[in-house]
Structures are given as C-alpha cells and as structure tokens.
Design a binder for this molecule. Structure first.
Ligand code: EPZ
Length: 420
C-alpha cells in the first residue's frame, strides 16, 4: 500500500488548478443510464470513485471512454440491472444507479451499501421515495430488489432529512416517471443544482432549481438526449488547499473554482483572521499573524459543509484559543481526532462536539487515514508539524483528491508518495 511522507513547516507559494467535483460527477455518470445517446462529461476528476462508478456501469453492459478528464458513456447496451456487492461495498455512492435503473428498466437489484467509517448512512429515505412513486421494495440477501413494472408515477415526496444522493436518486427517477413529482426538503448543494440543469437542458421540465422544493415533470419513459456537460469545480478540494495555505502561513491561489459555492467556507476563514481575495474563478488566501479560534456547526448547503469539518479542525490546532466544532450530519465523523492527537493536538470530544485547544506545537508522526476527508486533515497537520509525518492507508485520499501530492509539491510542499 502507498503512504505519503511529509516534511513539515515548508512555506507554500503559487497557484494550483482545482479539479471537477467528484460529488457532481458521480450522479451525472449515473444519469447516463437514462440517456438516449452517448453522454459526454468534461472536467471529470480522475479519482478512484469516478473510475469505480464507470466500472460498475461497464459491468451492467455500458461502454465508456475516459481520458484526459473527459468521459463519453454509452449505456444503450446495458443488459443487467444488478449492482453487485463487490462494487457497492467499496463505494456507497453506487446507490445512485438505483433511481435511473429503476426508471429505465422497471426493476433493479442494488446491494445494500452497508455502513462506512463516518456513520451508518442508511438509504431508507431513498427507498421510501421510490415506494411513493409506485415501486415495490424487497430486501433479500443484502440486496434491495425494486420493481415498478408499470413504470414510476409522479409523487409528492417530503424528505424527513435532507439527503444529497436521496434527492439525486429521486430527480433521476422522476425524470422518466409519468406525471409530476414534487420533492420537499430537497438538498440544495451545487452538485444537485448541476444535475437539475443537465436534466433541464435535455428538455425535462424542472422548477425550483437551487431551492429546497423541486417540481419535475417526467417524460413517461421517453429517454432524454443529455447535452455535454462540464463538471463544476470541487468546492471541497478548493477549501482543502486553502486550508493548506492557512495552516502553513502561506499565500496561495486556487484556480478554476466557483467562489459562489464556497460562501460558508470563506466566511470561516475570515472569522479566523485570514484575508481572502476573490476573483472571477480563483481565490487567494493570505497568511495572518494570529489565527483566531472558531465555532463551527456543520449543516446542509448553504451551511458549513461536513466535508470540510476535519480540515478546519486541523487548522483550528494553530488558532490561539479554544475552537468548538459540532458535527450535525454524521454520527461518527471524528475519526481524525485520534490521529490528530498523535501530532500532539489537544482535542476533547463530548458526543458530536469537539473542543480544540490551540495553538498546538505539532510534531510529525505516523498516522492512519480512516476516511476521505479525515485523510486530508492529516496531510494538513503534517504540512504544519515539525519533522516527518507519514500518512498511511492513503487509498482513502485517492478516492476524492486528484494528484494531491503533485499539486502540493508544485506549491513547495515537501511531500512524496512511497510504498509500505
Ligand atoms: C453526500 O453523501 C456526499 N456524497 C457526502 O460526501 C457528504 O458528506 C454528504 O452528502 C453530506 O453533505 C456524495 O454526494 C457522493 P446524505 P450522502 O444522504 O448523500 C442520513 C465525501 O466526502 N440519511 O445527504 O450519502 C445520513 O445517514 C462524501 O465526498 C438517512 O438517514 O449523504 C446522514 O446522517 C462523504 N437516510 C444524513 O442523512 C437516508 O436514506 C445526510 O446524508 C439517507 C441519508
């Protein structure tokens, strides 16, 4: 297995390009299942999760080309509707094939995702929504077996909790359903908005895009012609690199970003005393004498994203004072705390609230990645710590960060990928 070796305390300088958003690319790849013709996606990040979902579609019978961050996916010859455990267990987002497969073929069998490091993450809301659109649901041998022989029909769906992939699954199913579907308490993430825009550009009637109530008029089984799409920039990757600048007291610029997707993140940098310059599609962060402590509560978009919680906890280690971080979305998203303590951090956990005492004099250590965003927090701490840090199990990182060590090295970080 690979690991990253980091020699901390190097100052960073310069500009890097941010990749396309993994969490926008995944539903768009699943959407190709209902496309009448080959679907072309550009600015696709070349990360493990993307390759995994493309492989899943290939197993179902689809064909695709993926090179230089562009993919063309042809699903005309899909012959299977069974998403196998082997793939689904490696990536929970495989559940995104449920809605489109059910809508196009009238049935599908998707392995239950199982839990993951950051929490149980059930799919009950996805399934209840499909049932209300006329599907029958059966759980058997670890698989969700769904049937809608007479096709899906529009329904009035109220999500008990905001669910990003739940909203995306329903949007893709509703696009082919008969009649109107209303989604109340819908997720509003930019990734959900892009999915809505691709559907609308293909002629599907959608109202309320960007809001928490969406209305979709389905085509009653007629497959839409999806137009080519450029995946939006990854706001979490951009935030992660800005944290790298902040935690090393450096001035860096992230390019090919969409600043309007990052209000909550940029507000927290400013509250911590960091100066942020915003340009049309780039953001520059400037070092500050004193990093202020911060209070963070994660919430659904447009609130502060849970996917940035671990990275800001690492940054809070350098703040001069006590920071409070409350994780509201997942029941177990503090796996990085134990590893940060190995750097010499002083963090107390009580339920879903972490109290971070700064500034900590971080010393390099051997640490272990546990999930995608926690891994990036360990890299950030390593960039700031005295001495050598080794981050093990970085296959977690490779799921969602394209060329991380190359991008950081280009900014002057002393980081390299080695084999265990
Ligand atoms: C998406 O996951 C993202 N993944 C996650 O990013 C992100 O952390 C999460 O949204 C929250 O923003 C993708 O978009 C591929 P949810 P998702 O359904 O859709 C509960 C990353 O790092 N829930 O919005 O799986 C659930 O347990 C990943 O890129 C139910 O109870 O998250 C959680 O507590 C990590 N029942 C909350 O809702 C359901 O049926 C939010 O989950 C569905 C969800």
């Amino acid at each position: 297995m690979d690991y990253l070796e980091i020699e901390g305390r190097a100052k960073l300088k310069g500009k890097i390009n941010v990749s396309g958003a993994k969490n926008s690319a995944l539903p768009l790849i699943a959407l190709s299942i209902i496309s009448k013709e080959p679907f072309k996606l550009s600015n696709l990040p070349n990360v493990k999760d993307i390759r995994t979902l493309l492989h899943l579609l290939e197993i179902l019978g689809a064909k695709y080309r993926f090179e230089k961050n562009v993919a063309v996916i042809d699903t005309s010859e899909i012959s299977s509707t069974t998403a196998l455990y082997d793939i689904v267990r490696t990536m929970r987002a495989s559940i995104l094939v449920l809605g489109p497969l059910l809508a196009r073929f009238g049935h599908c069998e998707v392995s239950l995702p199982g839990g993951c490091a950051i929490g149980q993450r059930p799919i009950d809301l996805h399934l209840k929504a499909m049932e209300s659109m006329g599907a029958s649901i059966e759980i058997k041998n670890g698989y969700v077996i769904t049937r809608a022989q007479n096709g899906l029909k529009g329904a009035h769906i109220i999500f008990d909790k905001v669910t990003v992939t739940g909203t995306e699954n329903v949007l893709m199913a509703a696009a082919l359903a008969k009649g109107k579907t209303t989604i109340v308490n819908a997720a509003r993430e930019p990734e959900v908005v892009q999915l809505c825009q691709v559907l609308k550009n293909a002629g599907i009637e959608i109202d309320g895009i960007g809001g928490d109530e969406l209305v979709v008029r389905g085509t009653e089984g007629e497959l839409p012609r999806l137009k080519e799409v450029e995946v939006i920039p990854d706001r979490i990757e951009a935030g992660t690199y800005l944290c790298a600048g902040a935690i090393t007291g450096s001035e860096i610029t992230v390019q090919k970003v969409e600043p309007s997707h990052m209000d909550a993140i940029l507000t927290k940098f400013r509250q911590m005393g960091l100066r942020i310059d915003i340009h049309k599609d780039s953001i520059t962060i400037h070092p500050t004498e004193k990093i202020e402590p911060v209070e963070i509560t994660t919430s659904e978009y447009p609130g502060f994203p849970t996917d940035m919680q671990a990275q800001f906890m690492a940054l809070a280690l350098k703040a001069e004072g006590v920071s409070i971080i409350e994780e509201r979305l997942f029941e177990n998203r503090f796996m990085h705390v134990g590893e940060l303590l190995r750097f010499g951090a002083n963090i107390h956990l009580k339920g879903n609230i972490a109290t971070v005492y700064g500034p900590a004099d971080l010393m390099g250590a051997d640490v272990m990645a546990t999930d995608l965003r926690a891994s990036s927090a360990l890299v950030l701490a390593g960039l700031s710590a005295k001495g050598i840090t080794k981050v093990h199990r970085i296959y977690h990182l490779d799921r969602g960060y394209e060329a991380l060590e190359e991008k950081l090295s280009s900014l002057g970080a002393k980081i390299r990928r080695l084999k265990e």
